[in-house]
Design a protein around this ligand. Sequence first.
Ligand code: 6PG
Length: 246
Amino acid sequence: MGTKTHIYQAPETLFRQCARRILELAASTLQTQDYFHIALAGGTTPRALYQQLSRLHSEEFPHWDRVRFYFGDERNVPPDHQQSNYRMVRESLFQPLQIKDSAIQRIRGELSPEEAVSHYRQALEQLPQENGTARFDLVLLGIGADGHIASLFPNTPLLQEQQQGIGASYVDKLECWRYSLTLPVLNNARHIIMLVSGAKKADVVRHVFHGPGTAEPLPVQMLDHDKVEWYLDADAARFLDEECEA
Ligand code: 6PG
């Protein structure tokens, strides 16, 4: 598959090594660009990663003022809601590192789908563009057990969006609206890191790496595999043949 895979025995090691890789990409990008543009993942897994990143502040990466933070997706909730991805990142990364609000472009989950999408469309226009599409230096993603990425869920119209970089999707099984970057933007990124932890993800990881190929590819399988670096712990990777790195 030509996919770069990093597997670590312990989740703590996974998060630390993934944090180091993010900072390595940021440092190399900043040698030729003024800013490093990252789209952050939501959910529960990345909280520990963000906490690791905030601990690597001074000694390993003194350039946080040159990072511009975006979000891969958001729930239709206010920014202080328990379910808000922005709230999770604010608590685990932005506050510890004292990131300025001007460096953060959150998806306005408190707004209606039309308003939230319109606002974020303008935010994406401020990014460097490539192929007429916003170009992130790095997109960080998690994966759902159903193979969803960001808020691109199987069998939803937003998965097929090829023009707009951001969209809204009513997710029946969650009975809520979700806002998400679309595949054209995700696949336009220079790098994609997929962060996966825990035994609950082992089946979907096996499906991605070893099939069976389903008639409809899972959302995660619609990513540009050459750009994806997989960071997994041993529980999530238990059906893979690749060796653990530590
Ligand atoms: C979200 C995320 C979503 C997440 C997966 C995995 O808003 O929930 O962006 O795509 O990455 O659902 O979530 P967990 O990390 O909680 O397993």
